[in-house]
Structure formats: structure tokens, C-alpha cells
Write a protein that binds this ligand. Sequence first.
Ligand code: NTF
Length: 837
Amino acid sequence: VEASIPEPQREAWLKHQVSGFKDKDGFESEVVRHVETTLARSMFNCDESAAYSACSLAFRDRLILEWNRTQQRQTFVDSKRLYYLSLEFLMGRALDNAMLNIGQKDTAKAGLADLGFRIEDVIEQEHDAALGNGGLGRLAACFLDSLASLNYPAWGYGLRYRYGIFKQEIIDGYQVEVPDYWLDFNPWEFPRHDVTVDIQFFGHVRKSTDENGRTVAHWEGGEIVKAVAYDVPIPGYATPSTNNLRLWSSTAASGEFDFQKFNNGDYESSVADQQRAETISAVLYPNDNLERGKELRLKQQYFWVAASLYDIVRRFKKSKRPWKEFPEQVAIQLNDTHPTLAVVELQRILLDLEGLEWDEAWNIVTNTFGYTNHTVLPEALEKWSVPLIQHLLPRHLQIIYDINLYFLQSVERRFPEERDLLGRVSIIEESQPKMVRMAHLAIVGSHKVNGVAELHSDLIKTTIFKDFVTIFGPDKFTNVTNGITPRRWLHQANPRLSELISSKTGGKDFLTDLNELNKIELYVKDKAFRKAWADIKLANKERLAKHIKASAGVTVDPTALFDVQVKRIHEYKRQQLNIFGVIHRYLTLKAMSPEERKKQQPRVSIFGGKAAPGYWMAKQIIHLINSVGKVVNNDEDIGDLLKVVFLEDYNVSKAEIIIPASDISEHISTAGTEASGTSNMKFVLNGGLIIGTCDGANIEITREIGENNIFLFGNLAEDVEDLRHAHTYGTHEIDPDLNRVFQEIEKGTFGSTQDFAALISAVRDHGDYYLVSDDFHSYIETQALVDDAYRNQEEWITKCITSVARMGFFSSDRCINEYAEGIWNIEPLRVEKEEGA
Ligand code: NTF
């Protein structure tokens, strides 16, 4: 509904125009107002949680005003917009980020102090928005920050899960999952009960002929579920631009609630429809790098994609432009294959609802979409069974078959001699049942396909998508190396380091132009600077030590070397290699004389990360880590020389404490398996070094910071295939040091040997797919080099400072600019600062 206030009445509106708080006094008055009205409390019962709520509401009000102005400006100028479709947005906390991006954290700190609160305690009250699993979801969150900070007109579209990723508890050394109900009080979202879309499922297709003799498809029957929009404002850093993240929530379509049943006393079945509809957006699937083909997941994908496209098309149609201009106004990025049905849905809209011809519609579709691939692991590549799609989305299946037909016909015309090519590239896999290969559909439906780090982008071109390079040519495939936002991952997580850097680089420009960091290399020999640097690292480690004590009950020495591996637990990420290495270290220390031991470098091995609830092996790894910790941490021979800690419930806000406190972090995936990794960038940016394999973005990090500043080890990606082949068909000798580790586990040193048998036999008896044994020796040797290097603190600090200085490349701003220029073809759009703001 178009509604605009007529000219004569606008005066009243302008007279009462709302503006956000301007100073400390204004902030305090807003907080008190929210406590006393919105929250219906008073100074007699305002606790930290109420202070958090009121403070958030005060900032939210400001964000919304800037959001409104940004949206008005974007509508007025109507330049090309980007829509980032992602099933995951791992946002973490919003308040600290909003305060820093707006540049009013000091105001809030002083204001809260006046009102009787410490800002740190208030920030701590917030529940993480954990609508993601790991790297893929957090990347989407960093991208939103950069898009807004760089003033790009862009929207994120996702699902508003009622339950985010589960909360992890460790009980008796085992992971236990607890539901994450995070919406109890969420001041950061705006329900838009007027922005709804009816989404159809099931039903059948009827064909008719129109007056021009053209066949028209009608998708009829089935059921309707309603999508309701919830908007989350995304503030840019040091700019008034505030973008929108629109999350869809499912509910029963109006009229669905059966009053007849209700009146007859059949309450249960009258609410059943409502509950069934709400199930669609109820839970985030907790798998990282794994796809399981569940019907509800497909429902989620279509629900979200259809609602988002309806919204995007509605906005485009307001401009009254001809359809052929759609790709000049709209860029849509597919974050992995999860939103690939959008390709089919847009084709359906143009063909069935807007009456375009196939070719014209398809041309628009392919010029609109870009597809980012985030993994080469075969178990993570999405496939949906044809019968399932037929049942749920009958019209879409027809369109998929047509897309495939035209695609295969063109391939056949160009490569008539290539007998097996058609079968290999077909969107339909001829299996039992037939499957739709979503990556193939995404490639055929997009104008650009990108990987997320150089090695990964090369690998997709030479392995899984090789044939498509032959068909479409190499230019369709490109690389955009991932990045991270320095606002959250330096300024917010490590305020003292950020302050020190700004004192040497001349202000805060490095936060918007991360290459400015190279200025600190001039101070690498400056005594006072180095001292300040070391003090900050120690303070960050003391803070983490406190957290470790409080959450895991282990006392650790903050001057020990902190060795950190925090990420989702996965065999390909090889936490098992790490813990086997820890056992090896323990055995080595045990075998030493007390005098010899005194010469060793004390170390704290810190682990964190969730295992997918159905991933049994990953859960065994967690159990082994905890079991080793229990023995090692209580061994008096060992004392502070080695501690092993598993931090429960690793998430974004815990990452903000852990990452700045690391000396060395582990990025040790089997070469060729980790598409990029992004925590590797966060650790180095915070003055920690890396031990890692030649995998993902480790390679570009090495190139930027220099190979003297990173500890690389292990086999190369190019050798993995041959090694695996040799394991299976040749003799497979286990590394002798690793064998000793296995024997110790089998002796029962770490408790029930049964539990850990599978971890050992994966290496010994089942082909060691992840090359744990092949890399073990090199890993142990390299860890010894880390000890030596750390003992020379002066050298170590030099490495750290030099590395940070050279990390400019890994800003998500650089990354977003590459997408904007090379894929989206969008330009920044500045929003003027509000008068007096
Ligand atoms: C992940 N992929 C990769 O495993 C990480 O290496 C990478 O850093 C992130 O994406 C972001 O690009 C996935 O989570 C998925 F879904 F593709 F398996």
C-alpha cells in the first residue's frame, strides 16, 4: 500500500521530526525513558539486564533513524542494489558493535557509569545471535559490516530461526546439546507485520494455452505458509549508512486457523496447522560442511528464497522499468548452493507470472546471479532427490528439467564428440532415485562463480567444476579471497591493541583502510612500542586465564605459551592430530628427568568448538581432549609445563576473548580441504602466530606476512590423492611416534579405551583419509620449532608486529570491493550526515 502524507500536513511531521541522542545527557535521558516506559521498571528494580535492554533500545532508536534515511536515499537514487542470500548470519552480539560503529561507546560508558553501571557488565548481558554454524555464517556477518561501512546499497536476506546453533555443555567430558532459545528479548529486530508473503508448497501444475497460442503453466493447490519480515539494522562504521538484514519467520497463512474446529472444542488440531507452519523457521540445521537432504531443510530453502525474491521483484517493479533492466538494478549473490532455488524461482516468476519468453527470462536470470562455492568436500555438496522436489515444488522441477535440457543441448552442439561429458555436467544425476545437483544448477544459473581463497579457487577449476571451465571458459570462474572485518575483530575484540595501533598510525584510519597497518612496521624496533605490545598480549592472556578458571576450572599460567585451536570439530580440520600431538608432548615430558623438564617451554593447549549432534567421530574427539586434560592437568610431574583445556560453547562472543589471547593458533586441515578459513586471519591480526598446513588462506597469509613468520608443515594438496591411494592399495606404515601415542591410549592411560578405538582405527585400519599419520612427524617437529621460537621472546614479538603490519589484505572491505567491482557491478552511495549529528 502506497501511503504518503500530503504536502500541507507535512509541516507537522517536520516540526516533530525525531532525532537520536546527541551526547551523554541525551543518552542518559533515553536510557531512563526506556527503563521507565518501554520496560516498565524504575531505578528501584533496574538490574544489569534491564540496563542492557534500555541501552540497546536507545541505540536501536538511533540506528532506525539512520536506517530510514539510508533506505529513503537508496529508494530515491534507485541505483543498483546487492542482495546477499545466506541461510546463515553468525552475528554475535550487536550492542558493542553498534556503539563502536556509531562512535558513541565512550558516551555510553560515561552515561552508564552515571546511572550506576559498568559498560562491560552491560555488554555481557547480551545473548549472541547465533544464526550460523561456523565460517560460512560468520563470513556473511563480516560482509554485512563491510557493505554498510563502504556505503554499498545492499540487503541481506536470511531466516529468523527461533533456535540458533545449540548451546554446548560438557558433562563428564562429553558434549551435551541444549537448545538456544535466543528470542526472549531481542531489541535488535523490527517485526514488519505488514511485510508478508504467502509461500506455496505441494499442489500440481495445470497447463493452458493463452490467446497467442503460448502454453502457460499454473501452479495450483497445495498449502500456503506465510512469511513475515523481521528487519535487523546493520550500522556501518563511521558512516550514517545503515543497511538492512531481513530475516523471514514462518507462520500460518491468514485464514489457516480453523475456527470451526476451535469452536467445536478441538483445540489441538486447530493449532496444529499453526505449529506446522512455524516449524519451517524453527531451527538452524547444526551441520558444518555436511548436507543431509532433509525435507524440512528444502522447505526452509524454498520458503526463504521465495519470500526474498518476491520482495526484490516487488521493489524492482515499483520503478516501472522494463524487465530487461532487472540485472542492471539487481545483483543477487548465492552464499553457497543453499539459495540455488532462487535461480528457478526467478525464472518461474518471469515465465509464468510475468509472461516473458524463456530466452529473455533466462538471460535476465543468469545476468542477475553470482554463486560462491565454500567447499570441495563431497559430503557437503548439496543434492536433492527428484521425487522430493516433485512432491514439494512440482512446477520448479519442470523448470529445472527445462534448464537442464537447454543446457545439455547447447553442450552437445559444441562438444559432439565428448561422450561422457553430458552425464558428468548434467544437473540431474542419473542415480536411484535421481538427484538434482545444486552446484551444477548454481553454475549454469549464474554469470560468475567464485572460490574463497586462491588454492580453493584453483581446486574447483581443476577438480569438481573442471568440465564447466571447458564449457563456459575460464573467465566465468574467479577467486575472491575471504576477509574479516577489522571493526569487530580488532577494534572491538582487542581495544587496547587497536588504541596502540592508532597511536602510531595517526588515528583510526586503519579501521577503514587496513593497509594503513603497515605503518607500525616502522616501530618494530621501538622499545616502548614493543613493551606496550607485550603488555597488551599478557593482559589479554590474563583475561582468558580468568575465563578458563571460571568455565573449565583449570588454573593456567598466563606467561605460558597459549596454543589455541577453536573451530567446528571436524575430522578434516584435524583436532585429532592436535590432541595426538599433545599426548606425544606429555609422554616426552614424562620420560624426562626433572632437570631436563625445567628447560622445556610451558604450554597451554586450548580447544573449543561444537560437534554436529549427529557426528559421532567429532564427539569422540571432544571426549578424548577432555580425557587427556583430566590426566595431564592433575599430573604433578607435569605441573605448569602442560595444561589441556576444552572451552565449552565456543561462539562469536567467546572468540572475542580467546583470539586476542593466543600466542599460536592451529589451522592444520589436510591440505586441500579447508576452502579458506577465516579465524587464521583473526588470530594473526591480533598478534598471534600460526602453525598450519599449506591450505586455504594460510597460503595467502604466508605470502603477505613472509614465510619466516608462520610455521608451515605437512604434505601438499597436490600429493594428497597419491598418498590416499597408497594407503589403500600399498602398505600403510604408521608413524612410530604416533604409534606410541596410540599404544598409550590403548593402555587406558586416558580412561575407557573403547571410546577412542575408532579414532585410532580411522588412521590405522581405515586408510587414514585425513593423512594424520603422514603429517604427524612434520607436525611434531614444527611444534618443537614453535617452542624454540617462543623462548626467544624478542624475536617472537618482532614476528608478531611484522605480521600484523602486513595483514591489510585480509580486511573484508578489500574482499567486498572485489565482489562489487568484479561480480556485482555496484557503486557506493553516500548518505549525508544528519544536521547536528
Ligand atoms: C566454509 N564452508 C569453509 O569450510 C571455510 O574454509 C571457509 O572459510 C568458510 O566456508 C567461508 O568461506 C562451509 O561452511 C560450507 F558450507 F561450504 F561447507
